[in-house]
Design a protein around this ligand. Structure first.
Ligand SMILES: *[C@@H]1O[C@H](CO)[C@@H](O)[C@H](O)[C@H]1NC(C)=O
Length: 338
């Protein structure tokens, strides 16, 4: 990777007292970040495409009304099929972060700001690539983590979807069902297609809702915290509310098509939202690590001047920087959600 080498050359060339040694970045990135990433992807794959983790078999009440909704067909025939969700969840944040970083880069490259970046990080395109890799990497990590969380929840609880009994098609005469109060624990009660029955046992929390809210919230926080839209006050709220609205729509459609209960969707929203908030506030410090490279904007953002780390490395960070971080800016994402 060329940009690592560029950076090391620059580090060796100028030995300034304010510049930290970067010898740990490359092994840190290769052996820690990439290994963790690969493990996460692998685990998500095992949850998603294999039956390594068998789903918990829950019983059901005879003729239970809350599980007797008509079978809406496979997920691919939904109004919002998984392929569409996966594409949007990948494309929208990637596009937004690329556009945001390129805009930030090109507006700062002209003028006096360039000098600061060169002093801190040798070649001035390096912070751009580093930021893109960091934000997209953390985003991808969170996406796979959200998948793992929702799949694990579905497998462990084994809560049924609203159309479970239509997919299961139990033989009530053979099971001896007389009243609706009778609880069936027989594991082979279902006569329907085993694959459909298995997927009808995975409902809580709703994965599509979790993924879309995670993606929307991450993008919204990126847009709100990084974009500088001078002159128009409503651009950022419009983008943010549109994305959140789309994410809500996914959950609403899931409920309307009898694919999930509203509690599954709420749990999915909570899972995805919590992971997004955690990653943005605790892992990438509200997207604020470029601040030392830019001269502080006078009087407009007074909180961004305080306590920002002088040299920000993606992997090695001094705990003092985190502790002395501005409390006002750290709290801002919470105020946006609540
Ligand atoms: C249900 O079970 C009863 C008794 O075992 C059997 O006679 C009947 O054919 C079964 N019905 C179906 C639809 O399989």
């Amino acid at each position: 990777m060329g940009w690592f080498r560029e950076k090391d050359k620059g580090r060796a060339a100028e030995q300034k007292p304010g510049v930290k040694s970067s010898s740990s970045i490359l092994p840190c990135f290769l052996f820690v970040e990439l290994v963790i990433m690969a493990g996460t992807v692998l685990l998500a794959y095992y949850f998603e495409y294999t039956d390594t983790f068998p789903v918990h078999i829950q019983g059901f009440f005879c003729y239970d009304k809350s599980f007797s909704k008509p079978y809406p067909g496979p997920d691919e025939r939904s109004k919002i099929p998984p392929v569409l969700i996966y594409s949007l969840v990948t494309a929208i944040p990637t596009f937004t972060i690329l556009v945001g970083e390129l805009c930030a880069f090109f507006t700062k490259a002209e003028g006096t700001q360039e000098k600061t970046i060169v002093t801190a990080d040798c070649c001035y395109f390096y912070p751009l690539l580093r930021r893109i890799v960091r934000f997209l990497g953390v985003y991808a990590f969170g996406l796979f983590t959200t998948t793992i969380f929702s799949n694990a929840g579905q497998v462990v609880t084994g809560n049924q979807t609203p159309h479970f009994l239509s997919a299961c098609r139990p033989n009530y005469t053979a099971l001896g069902c007389q009243s609706t109060m009778q609880y069936i624990t027989e594991r082979r009660a279902c006569t329907g297609n085993p694959l459909i029955v298995m997927s009808a046992r995975k409902s809580f929390p709703c994965k599509d809702a979790a993924l879309s809210v995670y993606s929307a919230l991450y993008t919204v926080m990126y847009v709100t915290l990084v974009f500088r839209t001078k002159g128009t006050r409503l651009t950022k709220p419009t983008i943010s509310l549109t994305l959140l609205c789309l994410a809500m729509l996914v959950g609403v459609v899931r409920v309307a098509e009898y694919r999930n209960h509203w509690s599954d969707v709420l749990a999915g929203f909570f899972t995805g939202g919590a992971i997004a908030v955690f990653l943005v506030t605790c892992v990438i410090n509200n997207f604020r690590q470029l601040q030392p490279c830019t001269p502080p904007l006078p009087a407009q953002h007074p909180e961004s001047v305080l306590g920002v780390p002088m040299v920000s490395l993606p992997c090695v960070e001094s705990p003092v920087d985190k502790l002395s971080g501005p409390q006002t800016s750290r709290r801002s994402p919470f105020t946006e959600i609540t």
